[in-house]
Design a protein around this ligand. Structure first.
Ligand code: SF4
Length: 341
């Protein structure tokens, strides 16, 4: 198995334009458990060093500032805090539970579903989510950044069944605007590609990442653009995030949110109702609530499907239908995601 290659090496390929540029904020993210504990005044007996050695800490400061100091159970903190609970994993939690290695169409391109292809733009992220389903994805041989770029675009061009390209990763918005613009331009030249979907946590982690240049690029492409952000809790969505979302909206992009159902973070109806209401208030539609993928080291986040269905039922009683996300699970080999509720 190849080791995890989440990193920020694709960032900083261009000079920072100001001390508070988003690239600078990536560089100043907390990357050390001891520093995270100190910054948030957490109890010293929290252990997680062995988990940290497997999958390092990456905690951007705008996100850390939304956490409650001294609270080891803060729902934002739990998403990125290494813990000794990761050391014990049931055998059915594996490195590739979605069998993504079987879906590789070419380097950096995965085709799981008809008409859509995932473009693994980079392995870099603006947060290291402890529950990440690609914690152990072999990014070194499967990201299109750099040498693989031409081949990945050619792979898309050769398959005229692909109408939608999904920028995934890693987080595609860790790539600087000029490079993204060049990639979007090349995809826009492929006649059968109609839509571009971008899966990203960056507007939440570092809202300044939504630059005017990025918004202008999304507005200029002939492709229909859908941006799917990833928030799990209403506390993630402060006024800076709302402003970043406004900039994305101005580009004409459709905005959706996906969440993962996570024990201790959002596994109750009132938390998820609050999240849906907050998303609607900033102009983002709740899209998916994912059942956790069974990746090694993440079992402490798992919520049973029965409990998930109960939560969705309770949400339906207090929200309009369009504000209730589809509760889904990805099952390898299925032609689409399985809707659980
Ligand atoms: S942002 Fe997405 S790809 Fe990156 S660590 Fe989190 S869940 Fe994984």
């Amino acid at each position: 198995m190849e080791s995890l290659t989440h990193s920020v090496e694709s960032v900083g390929a261009e000079p920072d334009s100001s001390p508070t540029s988003w690239q600078q904020q990536m560089k100043s993210a907390i990357r050390d458990l001891a520093e995270l504990r100190k910054t948030l005044e957490l109890p010293k007996d929290l252990t997680g060093e062995s988990a940290e050695a497997t999958f390092g800490v990456f905690a951007p400061l705008p996100f850390v500032r939304r956490m409650e100091r001294g609270n080891p159970a803060d729902p934002l903190l739990l998403q990125l805090l290494p813990t000794s609970l990761e050391d014990t994993s049931p055998p059915h939690f594996t490195s590739d539970p979605l069998a993504e290695s079987d879906a590789v169409l070419g380097p950096g391109v995965l085709k799981k579903y008809t008409g859509r292809a995932l473009f693994i733009v980079t392995g870099a992220c603006a947060i290291h989510c402890r529950y990440c389903f690609r914690r152990e994805f072999p990014y070194a041989s499967n990201s299109v950044l750099g040498a693989g770029w031409d081949e990945a675009v050619a792979t898309i061009a050769e398959d005229d069944s692909i109408e939608e390209v999904i920028f995934s990763g890693g987080d595609p918005l860790t790539v600087v605007d000029d490079r993204l613009k060049a990639l979007v331009h090349r995809l826009g030249e492929i006649p059968h590609v109609l839509r571009l979907r971008i899966h990203t946590r960056l507007p939440i982690m570092i809202p300044d990442r939504v630059t005017n240049d990025l918004a202008a690029m999304l507005k200029a492409t002939r492709l229909e653009v859908v941006v799917v952000i990833h928030a799990n809790h209403a506390n993630e969505l402060d006024d800076e995030v709302a402003a970043a979302v406004d900039r994305l909206k101005a580009s004409g992009a459709t905005l959706l949110n996906q969440s993962v159902l996570l024990a201790g973070v959002n596994d109750d109806a009132s938390t998820l109702v609050d999240l849906s209401k907050r998303l609607l208030s900033i102009g983002v539609l709740p899209y998916y609530l994912h059942q956790l993928d069974q990746v090694t080291g993440t079992s402490h986040f798992e919520v049973s499907v029965d409990r998930g269905k109960e939560i969705i039922e309770t949400m339906r009683a207090s929200l309009p239908g369009f504000a209730v996300p589809r509760y889904v699970q990805e099952i390898p080999g299925e032609p689409n995601k399985t809707v659980l509720a």
